[in-house]
Design a protein around this ligand. Structure first.
Ligand code: ADP
Length: 233
């Protein structure tokens, strides 16, 4: 497991590094590049460094979780803000992979208690997976709503889906679905275990609905701040 982990992480680090090096070489070789090309190269470098950062953040977060030292800074937050911020961070990745994002965000949403950075990591992982495991129809739907005293947020894709009997296991560290389509996608199997740890710290439930060949929806249910206040004696 350890050697598979090292080789996958190294492979996932090497791909963006190779792209950055190629771009740097191109920029040095060709003088007087048009401004539009320079902009595109700069965007590529930014996108590739974001990819590196995401991978390293996951490895660091997982190591903190394993050692029991991951801590959280809770404050009053709005889920729509987390969604918008995440999409801003992932703008380049989504654009370069031709992903269409459709949003249906609740107006006048109620706040929840949460760690904004940690929840951003959660949504980054869910959106990254939605993109990675959508081999043909590259479309993601993100929604927020209120349901039975909880604030809900869903990330839906129309990708390869997850077999029903595997859904429980996908939150275990290093677990990856073994299927021809899933194994074509690179990954280390840590993202969803980090997601689960962060959500547990938020007393947030996660529900997964998935149909193989049709897609998956991951829905998060947060206790509303207003309800928590009422339930405090
Ligand atoms: P990784 O993507 O690095 O393998 P994760 O912990 O994020 O690790 O996910 C665990 C496994 O769950 C993945 O390997 C994949 O098999 C499955 N999975 C997660 N999200 C999706 C999705 N949106 N569609 C299909 N399969 C998914």
């Amino acid at each position: 497991l350890k050697s598979l982990f090292v080789s996958t992480v190294s492979h996932d680090l090497k791909t963006p590094l190779t792209s950055i090096k190629i771009i740097a070489e191109l920029m040095q070789q060709k003088k007087d590049l048009p401004a539009a090309w320079l902009k595109e190269y700069a965007e590529l470098i930014e996108g590739e460094t974001d990819r590196l950062t995401r991978l390293i953040n996951n490895v660091l977060n997982f190591s903190k979780i394993e050692r029991g030292i991951k801590d959280y800074n809770f404050s009053t937050i709005y889920l729509n803000d987390i969604v918008r911020n995440t999409l801003r961070i992932m703008k380049y990745q989504l654009k370069s992979q031709n992903v269409t994002v459709k949003m249906s965000l609740l107006e006048n949403e109620e706040p929840v208690q949460g760690d904004a950075d940690a929840l951003t990591e959660v949504i980054i992982n869910l959106i990254s997976n939605a993109v990675k495991y959508s081999l043909e129809r590259r479309e993601i739907h993100i929604a927020t709503w209120i349901e039975k005293g909880e604030a809900a947020l869903s990330v839906q894709d129309f990708g390869i889906g997850i077999p029903a009997e595997k859904i429980e296991s996908i939150f275990e560290p290093y677990y990856r679905v073994k299927s021809e389509r899933a194994e074509r996608v690179s990954g280390i199997g840590l993202g969803l275990s980090i997601v689960k740890h962060i959500l547990d710290a938020h007393h947030c439930r996660i529900a997964v609905k998935s149909v193989v060949g049709e897609g998956s929806t991951f829905t998060l249910y947060f206790p509303l701040e207003s309800n928590e206040e009422h339930s405090t004696p």
